[in-house]
Design a protein around this ligand. Structure first.
Ligand code: TTP
Ligand code: MG
Ligand code: MG
Length: 347
């Protein structure tokens, strides 16, 4: 599998249309003067990262690290437009494909060797850069989770493959927090029983892991031992479109999840529109700090592709769930899909 993630995506998009900002530290997010220092950094270029600035940090914190950075307000429509162009380029390949977020996609190729996959990766990087001016990083491995981790490890502007023979070595010394889906809370639980690296995880007693984390513990054990069974959902055959994200720290109130709901909604709607879908049901998910999940959904009277409606509905559904227990992950999903324009219903 070939995992593509755009480098410093929003900030890179801004550099494309504001060439004068290139090479200087740039933050996408509300400037520290506005909103009484309450904004957050959505992303920043690598020049800003050199000062320790990163996504989800308060802009007031970023300002302390370097008072001389440029700030640009996020312009979702523009990023969606570019994302759509990238996804269209990628869908030109004869591969099963899943768009994973606004700046990520996984492609599953039938290839004979990793050399062949690397050659395709190189070509994709070239095409994306030619057509959009943007850098990306590509990771290649046997499954989606490994490919994403390889991608993360090769940033920025990287291309790297780790085959089955190298995967355990690749994983061994990495901290468990590098596994997608493992947040701070899981990390703490594992650390409490002496597990810090993925190597430690691979040698743990699987029953102990299951006691500690439920079925997720089993999944982690299997991954740590070099087997990635994650499969991709070919977007051509979707029955629902959803996005989930783990929070940096557990949320206790709606205020802490508002911007994330907005972002997940944008991503879901982007995906809906890219595929020319409409939907008739809106759902949310909350994963609590104790690893239990709660789902809630609402059916609509008519098909829709309204972002406002998803945002409003998801916010209202989640506000019930957030009240109950601390939340570590949230998701927004639309289902009962049909293709737009009154053509035959796909499902
Ligand atoms: P990422 O792919 O996580 O980050 P990135 O592309 O900015 O940087 P990297 O080179 O490390 O991949 O996220 C993609 C975009 O999503 C990012 O450009 C802005 C947005 N985003 C937020 O708005 N808030 C966040 O907390 C994160 C992580 C991302
Ligand atoms: Mg990215
Ligand atoms: Mg990304």
């Amino acid at each position: 599998m070939l995992y593509i993630d755009m480098d410093y995506f929003f900030a890179a998009c801004e550099e494309v249309r504001h060439q004068e900002l290139k090479g200087k530290p740039l933050v996408v997010g509300s400037s520290p003067e506005s909103e009484k220092l309450k904004g957050v950094v959505q992303t920043c270029n690598y020049e800003a990262r050199a000062f320790g600035v990163h996504s989800a940090m308060r802009t007031s914190e970023a300002y302390k690290l370097n008072p001389n950075m440029a700030y640009v307000q996020a312009d979702w429509n523009y990023y969606e437009e570019i994302s759509k162009r990238i996804m269209t380029l990628l869908s030109g390949y004869k591969a099963r494909m899943e768009a994973d977020s606004i700046d990520e996609a996984v492609l599953e190729f039938e290839v004979g060797s990793y050399e062949e996959a690397l050659a395709i990766g190189k070509e994709i990087k070239g095409i994306v850069r030619d057509k959009t001016g943007l850098p990306c990083t590509i990771g290649i491995s046997s499954g989606k989770v490994f490919a994403k981790m390889v991608c993360d490890s090769a940033k920025p502007d990287g291309l790297k493959a780790v085959g089955q023979d190298g995967i355990k070595e690749f994983l061994k010394d990495r901290s468990v927090g590098k596994i997608p889906g493992v947040g701070r809370k899981t990390e703490e639980k594992l650390a409490a029983i002496g597990i810090k690296t993925i190597g430690d995880l691979s040698q743990a007693d699987p029953m102990v892991l299951i006691d500690l984390l439920g079925s997720f513990g089993k999944e982690l054990f299997i991954l740590a031992n070099g087997t990635d069974t994650s499969s991709i959902v070919d977007n051509a055959n979707v029955v629902s479109i959803g996005r989930e994200r783990t929070l940096d720290s557990n949320a206790h109130s709606m205020r802490e999840v508002e911007s994330l709901i907005k972002m997940l909604t944008k991503e879901v709607i982007g995906e809906v529109r890219r595929n020319n879908f409409v939907f008739k049901s809106i759902g949310v998910k909350a994963r609590y700090s104790d690893f239990t999940d709660r789902l809630k959904s609402r059916s609509l009277n008519n098909y829709s592709d309204s972002e406002e409606l998803v945002l409003k509905t998801a916010t209202s559904l989640l506000s019930d769930l957030v009240k109950e227990k601390p939340v570590r992950k949230i998701g927004v999903r639309v289902s009962s899909l049909a293709s737009r324009g009154g053509q035959k219903s796909l499902f």
